[in-house]
Design a protein around this ligand. Structure first.
Ligand SMILES: Nc1nc2c(c(=O)[nH]1)N[C@@H](CN(C=O)c1ccc(C(=O)N[C@@H](CCC(=O)O)C(=O)O)cc1)CN2
Length: 284
């Protein structure tokens, strides 16, 4: 039987209505959640994401600031800008769009953002808090995946989750979030031997490798939940995920499509984190 499609666009739309309503309540108390997004250089995809972030902010009634720096901006210029935003009371969230140009040290930049405004959830303090189960800003794509499963009524506790990929942005943190919810987690990566042996045992399989159509039906257990985090272009230039959707959807129980699966949740959870940060400034 064909898999149930997890409609990320629809779930994101529902969440955004909830966020917009919370934003209105906060505005009545005199606080408008504010997000600053910094874009360095001319990466075409990054510009599209940043424009979508700005638009979503406006749609939800939030304040949004876009700071554009040229490709050749120095690391010092970027750090000075972040320092300014760290001290700006109208800004509750700061995000530096990744990837950065090669001459800029990404780790140094992420660590310069105040952990209290790190709505991307990439700062080591937020990562550490997440790992120890404390309140933290959770990275938006992994957080979005957890919300998708919750909205679909898919339980996580006791499940065997296999994550293929170990990036700092998606693979590592998503495994941790599953562990926090009492799943048994296996990480696979480019050096993993017998990949299919591992993936075919997964109750929930997360593909975050960045290779078009990498996960085939043979990698998947009958009835598994398959989460596709990939955003790739195939030889024909068509947007596609890490999962060979046509064949895998014949075997899986649930599957996220690309586009309109995990992707729309990333920006939605960014809005959620910005709202959360603004709420944190409320004095009781
Ligand atoms: N500072 C950050 N940089 C990057 C992040 C991030 O979370 N923080 N994630 C990605 C890019 N990204 C947001 O920044 C992002 C990627 C994809 C989507 C999305 O909605 N994708 C659509 C398809 C879009 C298309 O047509 O190209 C989908 O899957 O439906 C949203 C946000 C790297 N950088």
């Amino acid at each position: 039987m064909a898999a149930t499609i997890i409609d990320g666009k629809e779930i994101a739309a529902k969440k955004k209505v909830e966020i917009a309503s919370e934003v209105q309540k906060l505005k009545e108390l005199g606080i408008t959640p504010g997000l600053a997004v910094i874009l360095v250089g001319n990466n075409h995809a990054s510009r599209t994401y940043v424009t979508n972030k700005e638009k979503t902010c406006r749609d939800l009634g939030m304040h949004s600031v876009l700071i554009e720096l040229p490709e050749m901006a120095t690391q010092e210029e970027l750090l000075t800008k972040i320092e300014e935003l760290n001290g700006d009371p109208a800004i509750h969230g700061i995000l530096v769009q990744l990837p950065l140009p090669k001459h800029i040290d990404e780790t140094r930049v992420i660590e310069s953002i105040s952990p209290l405004k790190d709505v991307d959830g990439f700062h080591p303090i937020n990562i550490g808090r997440m790992m120890t189960g404390q309140d933290a800003f959770l990275p938006c794509t992994p957080y979005g995946i957890m919300v998708l499963l919750e909205e679909m009524g898919i339980t996580v506790a006791g499940k065997h989750v296999v994550v293929v990929g170990r990036s700092n942005i998606v693979g590592k943190p998503v495994g941790q979030l599953f562990l926090n919810q009492h799943a048994t987690v296996t990480y696979c990566h480019s050096k993993t031997k017998h990949l299919q042996f591992h993936t075919s045992q997964a109750d929930i399989l997360v593909a975050a490798v960045g290779i078009a159509d990498f996960i085939k039906a043979d990698h998947v257990k009958e009835g598994a939940v398959v989460i596709d985090v990939g955003i790739n272009r195939n030889e024909a230039g068509k947007l596609c995920g890490d999962v060979a959707f046509e064949e895998v959807s014949e075997k899986a129980g649930y599957i996220t499509p690309v586009p309109k699966g995990v992707g729309p949740m990333t920006i939605t959870m960014l809005m959620y984190n910005t709202l959360k940060s603004a709420k944190n400034t409320l004095e009781f």
